[in-house]
Design a protein around this ligand. Structure first.
Ligand SMILES: NC(=O)c1ccc[n+]([C@@H]2O[C@H](COP(=O)([O-])OP(=O)(O)OC[C@H]3O[C@@H](n4cnc5c(N)ncnc54)[C@H](OP(=O)(O)O)[C@@H]3O)[C@@H](O)[C@H]2O)c1
Ligand SMILES: [Zn+2]
Length: 376
């Protein structure tokens, strides 16, 4: 059964707390990180929080940027991501902002919880999934019935802990804030229990004002997907192509290969190929494949750098070009750093369009090699 890509997002204090015990929500990060969160929200189909967070924080969970909402609408998505909360008891305040802001809302609950929520007059789709809430069933419901391909989970600790322990999380975006809470009664991000899989894989760390964003993959690359020897072969070729790029001080050197489902190469390209100072690798490669080529639907784009999510030099970024070409699988070596476009999330755009994205970061050093002069 396919499940949504589940992205856990949280901010914690240096001593691992999500909040303090005061009545006001503790502000852990600053404006630049809120902007980043807004961008991640805009890239997902749904945002989920536990009932505890609805009760404690009374959050709106909106995409605040009008531009990002307009871009969603232009791409055929709902203006706001679906809002989802989970509760066993159904004991929620019908006046909470969660129900009265943004777009569609769903309460995923138990039979008892559904009765209680209906009695309280909760204004949302109320979905009972049996007598106890099974996370896998909840995710299947969101995927199959609500079309959720990419789900952002914004807490709280109880929900994050369960999803991680049940190996249902595909990604963890953790912001570490430089302050202490120091109150053992405050909520922690992760509670006790059995965590599977040992060490997480750190795929990115980034300074944002005075906080640090860390992105982890809790499980093996491409959860549920075997990374075949062929993927390594083609990604290595993409890294070699990146070496052919005419050097630039203002753009990355990237290589890309488009490979059909039967393993045959359809096209290859690299940045600034043919002396076009603005052409990107994926764009150069896709331009060599006929737009009506039916093999694109089963093809994979291998790109040494994550396809771009935004660019000034062309109307459509590469993530969009890939989706528009009908390609639904991308393998890359290196998540785009903040060098030129802060907070770029090409993988988010791709996943939001239904494409699988596999990051093989053992090739990251090779992908970076022709870009050393851009660092620091
Ligand atoms: N710093 C951050 O990034 C961040 C983000 C979000 C939240 N927070 C903080 O986290 C705290 C809230 O965390 P929390 O752990 O108490 O609450 P939570 O995880 O938001 O919600 C827990 C509630 O969700 C429902 N739930 C969870 N798992 C369930 C399951 N398997 N089946 C049915 N229902 C289930 C239950 O609701 P019922 O009780 O209704 O049955 C449970 O009480 C707040 O202080 C908030 O400020 C911080
Ligand atoms: Zn690009």
């Amino acid at each position: 059964m396919p499940l949504p890509h589940v992205l856990l997002s949280a901010a914690v204090s240096l001593d691992g707390y999500l909040d303090d015990t005061g009545p006001e929500r503790l502000l852990l990060s600053g404006p630049a990180d809120f902007e980043r969160v807004d961008e991640v929200r805009a890239s997902v189909d749904a945002i989920l929080v536990g009932a505890g967070t609805v009760r404690a924080d009374n959050p709106r969970l909106l995409v605040n940027s009008a531009e990002r909402r307009a871009a969603r609408v232009a791409a055929g998505q709902a203006e706001y991501p679906l809002k989802v909360t989970v509760s066993a008891t159904g004991e929620l305040d019908p006046a909470a902002r969660f129900w009265h802001t943004g777009g569609d809302k769903v309460l995923v609950t138990t039979e008892d919880g559904a009765r209680r929520a209906r009695a309280l007059g909760i204004a949302a789709g109320i979905v009972p999934l049996g007598n106890v809430l099974d996370w896998r069933a909840a995710l299947e419901y969101l995927h199959d019935r609500r079309g959720v391909r990419r789900l952002m989970v914004e807490g709280g600790g109880s929900v994050h802990t369960q999803l991680l322990q049940q190996e249902l999380a595909d990604e963890l975006q953790l912001v570490l804030a430089p302050l202490f809470v120091g109150d053992p009664a405050a909520p922690r991000l992760f509670g006790p229990g059995a965590y599977q899989g040992g060490r997480l894989r750190l795929v990115e760390s980034r300074r944002i004002e005075d906080v640090v964003l860390m992105r982890y993959r809790p499980t093996a690359p491409g959860v549920g997907e075997r990374v075949a020897a062929a993927d390594r072969h083609w990604l290595a070729l993409a890294c070699e192509l990146a070496e052919l790029c005419p050097p630039s001080e203002t753009a990355f050197s990237v290589g890309a290969v488009v490979v059909a489902g039967d393993g045959s190469e359809l096209a290859r390209g690299y940045s600034r190929e043919g002396n076009d100072p603005r052409v990107h690798a994926e764009e150069a490669a896709l331009a060599k494949v006929g737009p009506d080529d039916v093999r694109l639907a089963g093809a994979t784009v291998y790109s040494s750098l994550e396809p771009c999510a935004r660019r000034a030099s062309r109307p459509a970024p590469c993530a969009r070009l890939i989706l528009d070409a009908g390609v639904r699988r991308v393998v890359t070596a290196w998540r785009e750093p903040d060098t030129f476009v802060p907070g770029a999330d090409g993988s988010g755009v791709l996943a939001g369009g239904g494409a699988a994205v596999v990051v093989l970061d053992e090739y990251e050093d090779r992908a970076k090699a022709p870009n050393r002069h851009l660092e620091g």
